[in-house]
Design a protein around this ligand. Sequence first.
Ligand code: ASP
Length: 440
Amino acid sequence: MKKVVKFGGSSLADSEQFKKVGAIITSDPSRVYVIPSAPGKRFSGDDKVTDLLYRMYNKAYKDEDFGEEMDEIRSRYQEIIEGLGLTGFSLEGEFAQIERIMTQNPNSNYAASRGEYLNGRIMARYLGYEFIDAKDVIFFDEQGNLDAEKTNQVLTKVLSETPRAVIPGFYGRGFDGHVKTFSRGGSDITGSIVARACKADVYENWTDVSGFMVADPRIINNPVGIETITYRELRELSYMGASVLHEDAIFPVRHEGIPINIRNTNCPEADGTWIVESTCQKSGYVITGIAGKKGFCAVTVSKALMNSEVGFGRKVLQAFEDNGISFEHMPSGIDTMTIVVHEDEFMHKEQRVVSAIHRYAQPDSVEIESDLALIAVVGRGMKSMRGTAGRIFSALAHAQVNVRMIDQGSSELNIIIGVDNTDFEIAVRAIYDIFVKTRI
Ligand code: ASP
């Protein structure tokens, strides 16, 4: 049995949290590869070390004095080193180097990556594990995307020679040879890459909540947790804003069918959520989760006899492509098609897109509606259950919510509902209540 364990920033925010993490790792000898994030917030309103590093870089870049940020960062690590009683261990040499690089040749990717790097150094020493610098084993291609195959090849070899190791999250080596980070929250991706490379039995992702909730706790008071969710369901939910795990983190493990187990460092006895390729476990409810986002626009293009005009859809979509806008959904009628896009991406380009649609497709009219919120109701159990859509829409009708758009994915894994931004929370509550509170 081999487990890869990733710990998020709040799990490593100070020495007390570090001790909890140490106890979790040593309680199970199969936890052989450890991926730390940078120290996160210790309390609400606190700074994440990664944010301090970005602030330091911004000052260094403008040639301003960054001593204050540097001192704060240094003291965060010093507290951890002292709290763990790591005698004879110091990061002073590392800080001197960071200071020098920040003064001579500041680089934001390098700066941000130091949060994980330094935490990795401490963690390796604390556990007595080997330290592997992510810069030597994780590679990006010329376009700035993860070079998954090269990374997997190199990392598999290195891990096969290193039975226990700490590999800092969030960064790797860019195509130009310099440190490059993933997007924010990217340590989740590192953990998944390591799990794939060593063919782990489980990728444990430790955070400060006991897994995924059926709905956003900022909207639903104390929502129930999700025990098991499939990669595909999770993809739908995280795309729609459910955040616990970075949305790209499932791809490497999916390659090998490795399950992800989301666990809570502050409550290690809880089972958390299992993310798996496929399961016969019933979720207990017809739906697995609800997620949604505000701020979409619907562009409706009408043209009589559109359905029989070959190439009409392509011409309309060309207008979006030319302006670099990706679309989210595309429900259509006989003489209309609607393209749903992100408002903030679309807003400043709207007139250009509208005129391009006219030029390419000669429609009868183009109408834009804004302030649309999308809600995804996701569940592998939906396709074998009659009446799911009926229940959703009657719940929304009872809650006086006007449904502006409906789109059922062809997989029958989700139903997307468009409502006014102002109805968003009411709609999520109505759907949650009908499936979870009344348990049907
Ligand atoms: N420390 C980085 C961030 O705050 C990456 C991570 O925590 O995964 O985004």
